[in-house]
Design a protein around this ligand. Sequence first.
Ligand code: SF4
Length: 305
Amino acid sequence: MVTVKQLPREEYWLPGHAACPGCPASLGLRMLGKALEGRFVLVVPAGCTTVIQGMYPKTPSRVPLLNIAFAASAAAATGLRAALELRGIDVPVVVWAGDGGTVDIGLQALSGAAERNEDILYICYDNEAYQNTGIQRSGATPPGAWTTTTPLGKRERRKVAPLIVAAHRVPYVATASIAYPLDFVEKVRKAVSKRGFKYIHLHAPCPTGWRFPPSETVEIGRLAVETGAWVLYEIEDGVLRLTGRSASLLDPARRKPLEEYLKRQGRFAHLFRPENEQLLELLKMDIQENWEAIRSALERGGRIL
Ligand code: SF4
């Protein structure tokens, strides 16, 4: 297990950028920089990180960064990887995309790169909506959540992107959370040690869109895991195992009540009105079925297919 003391003191993402206070994306970028000690190339599609990175030549990023159209990050990373190889340069190429740029708009390029087993690491920081354009719902927004395009609460369930990617039979898929930085760092390091397509889905609570105070980002992320609303796992060569805090939470009796997580966020406030009981049940079913899929994989020795 890596410790904080083993991480470099060096910062690879400098202060002075345009993220909102308490931004999970900037926290994640900071951890990513330390995990790879600044030796990587970043591919960023449209999203909050586009705003954070700023406009050339004024950027807080200390790593080379390619800003690309929403749909194209996995394709651009593929080309970049090939170009670096031709030049004999062996550094990880990392996509850093939000949930909109991953589970919706970027999904076909992501699927193509995964199917070709391109040697890239794709990280989705999942803040569960299109936050920087005004909090519109995405395919990763949980059922029941308020967004500006689901003012009464989202009626649909969410795409389980890590399992969709794992179904491409890639060498490594993991989930992580900005509230568990060392777990994330370890997964990043393990991912880049493997050849082929790697995917990490990073849970990223957004104070702006989820409506909680900016000082509570890490606490909300921790509650998501402790209540089972978010699950930490990794899938290596098609075999799933629970990791970190989630490893002891397969038994629902060991999890905190889901309400402890939901009641801290303005986006779920309406779920506790009697007329929205069904919406709350839909959210609970979504979470429970995610756990059931994990349990059934574990009963098959972790095999997901
Ligand atoms: S909207 Fe959320 S994810 Fe985007 S910059 Fe603000 S805090 Fe960060």
